[in-house]
Design a protein around this ligand. Structure first.
Ligand SMILES: NC(=O)c1ccc[n+]([C@@H]2O[C@H](COP(=O)([O-])OP(=O)(O)OC[C@H]3O[C@@H](n4cnc5c(N)ncnc54)[C@H](OP(=O)(O)O)[C@@H]3O)[C@@H](O)[C@H]2O)c1
Length: 331
């Protein structure tokens, strides 16, 4: 298990909201697992776009500071709390829980996913937040079906590449948008049928109209928000469904119900932190674990840096430099 751990642990905290420079590597008291929890020696922590929004104070702003960032990790269980089977100790696991930018974290034992030996900690750390989001967008919100067409913005991002793969497995046609050629190439490698570089003179909606012979798409998944919103609505086929799940470019404008009538379209939102039915979440977690283990779902590692370089990870993620998953390796 590497060096002999002596504590206190190192963690990335911020004491005030702001730019990436507010992230500091500090000594913090080791966490103790409560009832029903395990403690995990973190090997790799997943970085998500929402972490950059939290750090800027645009999301989850009520949480008191200083605060340890993070919401998922892969590692090895080193302690169990009251009521938890001690056989968890020593197992490789993936967990979705807060305060994962750290050498140690705690997580509920009944939500752990075992990580098989042939899957790296880095890939494991990229599975849950973005994978569950992709899975629920497709299966729970869109109920996407074989033969349908889906438009996915920011298609080469963490959620984007996973959503493409899950949509293709269902037999959908995937149209993706990205900001540059290298990202377009990655989206195609993940299975996208057609990819468009947005931000130029031609609108996404015009492109979708051409590609679909004027029909439009049944589903749009929009995490970009302000800059894509108008095209997302315009790209929908009659009875289509636009799902908003993020606002990387800013909040989308309010939706008037009146504007939905002409094409009888639906606009909805998806949030991973909504209270999901337990059985549904367990099914989604298990499905993702099996897909990753069998190699049917790939977590594309775009940037892997040491925990101490969390500020660089954030800077690259929010300036659109990254593709796929961003991970902090914990030495
Ligand atoms: N609702 C939920 O529960 C939930 C859960 C997870 C993630 N999300 C959301 O899903 C989105 C993707 O998350 P992720 O962690 O996988 O990140 P990501 O997609 O890897 O990174 C964000 C991407 O958004 C695109 N983008 C477009 N306009 C941007 C702008 N003005 N500034 C920054 N990025 C911009 C960029 O791709 P291009 O360069 O190709 O444009 C960028 O790479 C985020 O908006 C996130 O908040 C929501």
């Amino acid at each position: 298990m590497g060096r002999c751990y002596q504590g206190p642990m190192k963690a990335i905290r911020y004491h005030a909201v702001g730019g990436p420079e507010v992230l500091r590597l500090e000594d913090v008291e080791d966490p103790t697992p409560g009832p029903g929890e395990v403690r995990i020696r973190v090997k790799a922590a997943g970085v998500n776009f929402a972490d950059t929004e939290r750090r800027r104070g645009h999301y989850d702003a009520a949480v008191p500071l200083p605060r340890i960032l993070g919401s998922e990790a892969a590692g090895i269980v080193d302690q169990v709390g009251p009521g938890v089977d001690s056989r968890w100790v020593g197992r490789r696991v993936v967990a979705m829980a807060p305060r994962s930018y750290a050498e140690l974290m705690t997580a509920p034992a009944d939500e752990l996913l075992e990580l098989p030996d042939h899957v790296s900690f880095e890939e494991g750390a990229g599975l849950l937040v973005q994978g569950l989001t992709a899975w629920h967008l497709i299966h729970t919100s869109a109920r996407l079906e074989r033969g349908q067409k889906v438009l996915i913005h920011a298609a080469a991002g963490g959620v984007g590449l996973l959503t493409i793969q899950l949509a293709k497995q269902l037999g959908a046609t995937v149209l993706g948008t990205v900001s540059n050629e290298a990202k377009a190439q990655l989206a195609k490698e993940a299975g996208a049928d057609e990819v468009f570089l947005y931000g130029g003179a031609r609108s996404v909606a015009d492109w979708v109209r051409d590609i679909t012979g004027g029909a439009g798409v049944e589903v749009v998944m929009d995490s970009v928000g302000a800059s894509t919103w108008a095209s997302s609505l315009e790209s929908l086929a009659p009875f289509g469904h636009l799902i908003s799940f993020g606002s990387a470019s800013g909040e989308p404008p309010p939706v008037s119900v009146e504007s939905l009538y002409a094409k009888s379209i639906k606009v909805s939102a998806y949030w991973l932190r909504t209270q999901h039915p337990e059985a549904l979440q367990r099914r989604a977690r298990q499905a993702l674990g099996e897909l990753l283990s069998s190699g049917s779902l790939k977590v594309k590692l775009g940037l892997v840096v040491d925990l101490s370089e969390a500020a660089k990870a954030h800077r690259d993620l929010e300036t659109r430099e990254t593709v796929g998953k961003v991970v902090l390796r914990v030495p």
